[in-house]
Write a protein of this length. Structure first.
Length: 121
């Protein structure tokens, strides 16, 4: 990201999670200096999730973008909303890859690889 090749990074996990806190902390100097922007979204667990994941409070999504690329965060959130309503698809997978800054050939490779993994299971 700091070299300008990738405009967006996304981290997602249950919180509190030590690995996630440590990973996000590594971005702090770049956010403070203005080289990256940051948005953190915490979503509390439902009762069912709380029972399934004891010791955790909810889902944490952390977004880092290059300055001027913050729109990608909003687009990513919209993509998440659409997938919750319609289910995940290859089109959404490609859109996610494009938002993260991957080129078409990289998305093609990933989608093909993902299909191979599904067949192996």
């Amino acid at each position: 990201m700091l070299h300008g090749r990738k405009p967006l990074a996304v981290f997602y996990d249950a919180y509190p999670a030590q690995w996630l806190s440590e990973t996000l902390g590594r971005f702090d100097p770049f956010v403070r200096s203005g080289r990256l922007t940051h948005r953190l979204i915490d979503t509390p667990f439902t009762e069912a999730e709380r029972a399934r994941f004891p010791g955790f409070q909810g889902w944490r999504r952390a977004f880092f973008s290059l300055p001027g690329e913050e729109w990608r965060i909003d687009a990513f959130l919209l993509l998440s909303k659409v997938s919750a309503q319609t289910g995940w698809s290859e089109a959404l997978e490609r859109m996610e890859g494009l938002l993260l800054g991957y080129e078409d050939w990289q998305n093609d490779w990933w989608i093909e690889r993902k299909g191979q993994l599904r067949k192996a299971l």
